[in-house]
Design a protein around this ligand. Structure first.
Ligand code: HEM
Length: 515
């Protein structure tokens, strides 16, 4: 394979040319993103990271590979993300590699994730933000006569993100905020599942021997994500039977309950009875599996990098004040001033902070893999990779091209010499920059930003996730003084499909009159 491979001309680590184990080793070390940065610096935009896999750092190819035509299929890497039910692999919107089936699965629900539909979820999100603030106040936040305790805000952001998913999906938070712990082990199980997904997809046959193997399953202890699946099925049955009506009404008003995703999915099934219950449970599970960790990662990054960047936190605060947003009076500390989505979207510096945080550490930081379709694909010739006007050669159908948001989002050709720095100002018009020049630069950045994927397989939950990032960051900045406990130390980012940050240790103090 080494001598005859059509990819032999592409540079990369020696072992990666023979075996995907090279990739598995580095992914399981939790630092693959740094390894890839170094490899691209050494070898240029195309690096061979497996016998049949090229990692590509060329934003001009995004429109071709991540198109809406559906001819660039997702690779076998994704299949381990499909559950194994009654001896069968059941694909979901995220893992489905058949584009027609994917379109059929997505069509009934896509409208429920549009910006307008998502805006209707705001009251449910407000409830959870209120609960987040109230738990932080009770447990950690300084009052006028006491100093705030140092604590891991990152953990609480994760509890918040999971409780929001519960609230927008079933109108019921899971209870991570109220208990202040991963009481049922689901969050740990979700991390383990994501770590498994991250490496096993490099050799998908291993997944068939491990997770998708009836014999292995017999010896597995149920719990974690299996328990979460059972919870989802239970909530679906309860809704069908009207058994959860009282808990929804008891939220305090006589108005009809705010529609949640379960209502929407049942509405979709009523309109099209061919939709199966398995499909519905798949939709519910995707909200959990794809929507919580990614949102938490983005909120943490926005807070941490803004707090660490000189002047950035102060500028964000000044923008809130200029917009007439003031912290709530002390007497009202039970009811934080939650910044509405409408208010948040009018704040250009907040927008710059959020976009920069997600660019700098994307919620998905491993390669989005696609098979080259019939006809092959032209790529830069290795010998001239570093030179100007490089020529191209074709790689054959079936070659895997990986586009890693972490790498593409730091491409110097698009983001400039300081691509590896956190600088929200890059999203704003620079001093002396013409309107046209800024519009051109912004278009180039938007076209290259792979944080939410692109084309027909772009993230469906983008607006749900973003709404929360804007609201939570603005609300925390408005209501609290926040300081890092150890500003001199960097936090740890454990590389995985969803990169996990550890060490967002802070002290918080309420703002507002009399505090
Ligand atoms: C800031 C938060 C989020 C980020 C950074 C993010 C990122 C991404 C990325 C990069 C992809 C493309 C994966 C690929 O092509 O392999 C994706 C797909 C997806 N995301 Fe998100 N996501 C976020 C929030 C959410 C939320 C809140 C939900 C659900 C409520 C969600 C559901 C999905 C689904 C279902 C897909 C698969 C789409 C398809 O293949 O058609 N995501 N996301």
């Amino acid at each position: 394979t080494y001598l005859t491979s059509p990819l032999r001309q592409y540079p990369g680590p020696f072992l990666a040319k023979f075996t995907n184990l090279w990739r598995i080793y580095h992914i399981t070390q939790g630092n693959f993103q740094h390894v890839l940065v170094r490899l691209h610096e050494k070898y240029g935009p195309v690096v061979r990271i497996g016998p049949n896999v090229l990692d590509v750092d060329d934003p001009t190819l995004i429109k071709t590979v991540f198109s809406t035509k559906g001819n660039w299929k997702k690779t076998g890497y994704y299949s381990s993300g499909s559950p194994f039910i009654d001896g069968k692999v059941v694909h979901n919107i995220f893992t489905q590699d058949d584009e027609e089936k994917h379109a059929a699965d997505k069509k009934p629900i896509a409208k429920y994730y549009s910006p307008a539909a998502v805006a209707s979820l705001e009251p449910l999100i407000n409830e959870t933000i209120t609960q987040l603030c109230s738990e932080l106040d009770k447990r950690f936040v300084a009052t006028s006569d006491a100093t705030g305790k140092g604590f891991d805000l990152g953990k609480w952001i994760l509890y918040y993100a999971w409780d929001v998913v519960g609230n927008v999906t079933f109108s019921q938070p899971f209870g991570y905020l109220s208990t202040g712990t991963d009481f049922d082990g689901t969050l740990r199980a979700a991390e383990e599942l994501v770590d498994y997904f991250s490496w096993v997809g490099c050799m998908p046959f291993l997944d068939r021997m491990l997770e998708k193997n009836r014999v292995v399953q017999l010896f597995k202890r149920p719990g974690g994500f299996t328990a979460l699946g059972a919870t989802c099925v239970g909530r679906l049955i309860a809704r069908y039977q009207g058994a959860d009506a009282s808990s929804r009404e008891s939220k305090g008003s006589n108005t009809p309950a705010q529609p949640d995703y379960l209502d929407r999915f049942i509405e979709a099934k009523t309109a099209d009875p061919t939709i199966t219950d398995t499909q519905m449970v798949g939709w519910v599970m995707i909200n959990m599996g794809a929507g919580a960790d990614t949102t938490a990662i983005s909120i943490r990054s926005a807070l941490y990098y803004t707090l660490r960047t000189p002047g950035a936190w102060a500028r964000l605060r000044a923008e809130l004040a200029d917009a007439g947003l003031t912290p709530p009076p002390a007497a009202d500390s039970e009811h934080p001033s939650i910044v509405s989505l409408k208010q948040a979207r009018r704040l250009p510096y907040l927008d710059a902070v959020v976009r920069e945080a997600i660019r700098y550490l994307p919620g998905v930081s491993l390669g989005l893999e696609r098979y080259v379709p019939a006809g092959g694909q032209r790529l830069p010739v290795p010998s001239q990779q570093h030179g100007p006007g490089s020529s191209e050669t074709s790689v054959p159908q079936g070659t895997i091209l990986a586009f890693n948001p972490y790498i593409i989002n730091r491409n110097r050709g698009v983001w400039g010499a300081d691509a590896h720095a956190f600088r929200p100002e890059r999203w704003l018009r620079g001093e002396g920059e013409s309107e046209d020049g800024f519009a051109r630069r912004l278009r180039a950045m938007n076209d290259a930003d792979l944080s939410f994927g692109a084309g027909s397989r772009m993230c469906v939950g983008k607006h749900v996730g973003l709404m929360q990032v804007y609201k939570v960051v603005a609300t925390l900045a408005l209501c609290y003084d926040i300081e890092l406990v150890r500003p001199e130390c960097e936090w740890t980012v454990v590389g995985s499909w969803f990169p996990r940050q550890e060490g967002l240790e802070v002290r918080m103090k309420r703002r507002g009159e009399g505090v």
